[in-house]
Design a protein around this ligand. Sequence first.
Ligand SMILES: [Cu+2]
Length: 222
Amino acid sequence: MKIGWALGAAVGVFLVANAPMNSGASDYQGEARIDNGAVVVDIGDNYFSPKTISVPAGVKVKWNNVGRSTHNVTPNSGKSFGASLLAGESYTVAFSTPGTYAYYCTLHGAPGIAQYGTVIARAASETAKATIKTKSVSPNRTVVSVGEYLEWSNKTKIQQRVSFTPAAQSADSDLAVRTTVLVAGESSKVRFTDAGTYKYRVKSAGTKSRTNTGVVVVTAID
Ligand SMILES: [Cu+2]
């Protein structure tokens, strides 16, 4: 990562004007969404949105170039997927092998720098997970099938409160839950039984209270 600092700083200067503000406290920009059975990732000038998304393996991911410039989807390693897209073009691929697929645009980024993104394809047996850190929840865009769980792990040293809208279902009962509280180091999972888009806020307890946000798309894929 250190090696990338100089380039990252240089690219960052002109990105400020163009990049969406993904760090805002109540910002759900770049919501995960489904289009014709594919999970959509928008390509703008010069970013991918959502930047990181977790999907069930086998689900199609569709990149849409909604920017004005030409961009490309280039894997950090290998050539198992990838495309160059003019403005308005799209590219769809299904990640049928579970794994983490890191990619970037060679024109406006580098691996892990500036215009880059990640698709996490989960095995069918694998519960979707999100890690809560002080300044982020990652991945913060998750697609699950109806009936699946999302498990949050609290890696901070303070209590975190995850509140979602609409309510989901608790992991071990049929009770609808809107808020789940995680003490430091704990994890908690919630089951999503109805298709839809669930937004959530992760609020930390304590004086330096901070809110991170995320989106879960529950879909009837399969
Ligand atoms: Cu680009």
